[in-house]
Design a protein around this ligand. Structure first.
Ligand SMILES: NC(=O)c1ccc[n+]([C@@H]2O[C@H](COP(=O)([O-])OP(=O)(O)OC[C@H]3O[C@@H](n4cnc5c(N)ncnc54)[C@H](O)[C@@H]3O)[C@@H](O)[C@H]2O)c1
Length: 346
């Protein structure tokens, strides 16, 4: 039996508290401690019977864990992550890697300099459904990928907007929701070459967008579209269809549609569509349903993967470089939405 990895969680807010549960559900990990500047998080330490620290230096100085999860607000990612990497403690850093590209590069450089692993928390890649779709595409089951359509339509209630940062730059659906989708489509379909985007604040009238559409050109030549909005009452978003987070009421819809020359796939409510013999719009379209609804385990899968990396049994599935790629695409989308022009990803 391999040794259990002791993990500290830094920042016990919306996401950090989910990680506490995921660690509890993992057979490979133990919770080491919790760190938060806010005294109210001491209650979590009490509940899980672990030490509480008010800052990361106190943790590093007094009681080094085997790994940490950094789930603090984006603007603190650089400071916290680099302090742990300098202490040679592997980090699972919440998405996005940072609030800007320069800081993201510093984080990656620190991981390299310290020869210490950095993993980015794009947890959807740890969902069995994503692995299944990835395998289908890699094995050529869909033929040549022609196009992908992604929907991220949801309705955020009044309470969500009480936090002032959520109505300012970076707090809209492009900054909050879209990055997960960018990471997932790059994982499934490969690198993106160009983006072109339009955004609007027509409905909510905040300074930040409530709705946006994005066109993608992939290096493979495939084309894609993504439509995101936080002011549409609808079931068509990954959150409401994957069932990863019990906070959302799950539906049996899908949000991703990937089309190839042999067949097409929709998921998270997985269906594969195809013609039996001759490929033709005049022939019946059949579908295989091989639903993989293990979504509730996604965050625990991510913890297990972190433990495997620390135990030298796996390499990081989502690296700092992957985090930088999605951040660059995000920045290009923001630029294109401002100028209306197509932007090349460098
Ligand atoms: N993977 C996902 O699906 C997902 C979902 C939500 C948020 N996130 C990411 O998780 C991170 C946190 O977001 P959130 O929504 O949980 O935020 P939050 O505001 O709910 O929680 C942040 C926590 O960090 C603590 N904190 C702030 N400054 C700190 C410091 N200097 N030292 C220690 N603790 C500090 C706060 O007290 C708070 O408890 C962000 O990077 C966000 O993008 C990821």
């Amino acid at each position: 039996m391999e040794r259990k990895i002791k993990i500290a969680v830094v920042g016990i807010g919306l996401m950090g508290s989910q990680h506490l549960i995921a660690i509890k559900n993992s057979k490979k990990a133990d919770l080491h401690s919790v760190v938060d500047i806010n005294e109210r998080s001491r209650a979590h330490a009490k509940k899980f019977k672990v030490p509480f620290y008010k800052n990361s230096s106190a943790l590093i100085k007094n009681n080094k864990p085997d790994a940490v999860i950094v789930a603090t607000p984006n603007q603190f990612h650089e400071k916290h992550t680099i302090s742990f990497l300098n202490a040679k403690i592997p980090v699972l850093l919440e998405k996005p890697i940072s609030s800007n590209i320069q800081k993201a590069k510093k984080i990656i450089a620190s991981s390299r300099k310290n020869k210490t692993h950095l993993l980015i928390g794009y947890h959807r890649r740890h969902n069995a459904i994503s692995t299944k779709v990835k395998n289908k595409i890699s094995k050529g089951k869909l033929g040549k990928i022609v196009s992908v359509n992604v929907m991220c339509w949801l309705y955020k209630n009044k309470e969500w907007f009480k936090e002032k940062w959520r109505v300012k730059k970076g707090g809209g659906p492009l900054g909050i929701n879209l990055v997960h989708d960018i990471d997932l489509i790059c994982y499934l379909l490969g690198p993106i070459k160009y983006v072109q985007a339009s955004s609007s604040n027509r409905i909510r009238k905040y300074r930040v967008e409530d709705t946006a559409v994005v066109n993608f050109v992939f290096k493979s030549g495939a084309l894609g579209t993504l439509s995101v909005s936080d002011t549409i009452v609808s079931p068509w978003s990954y959150e409401l269809t994957a069932g990863e987070n019990p906070a959302y009421s799950i539906t049996n819809q899908s949000a991703y549609y990937i089309g190839g020359t042999k067949s097409s796939i929709q998921f998270p409510n997985y269906k594969e569509w195809y013609n039996k013999k001759e490929r033709s719009w005049w022939k019946p379209i059949l579908h295989k349903d091989e639903s993989t609804r293990e979504s509730r385990y996604t965050l625990t899968n991510q913890i297990n993967h972190l433990c495997d990396v620390v135990n030298k049994k796996a390499k990081p599935k989502i690296t700092g470089e992957d985090g930088l790629v999605s951040l660059k695409i995000f920045a290009a989308i923001i630029k294109s939405a401002k100028t209306g022009k197509k932007v090349k990803i460098k």
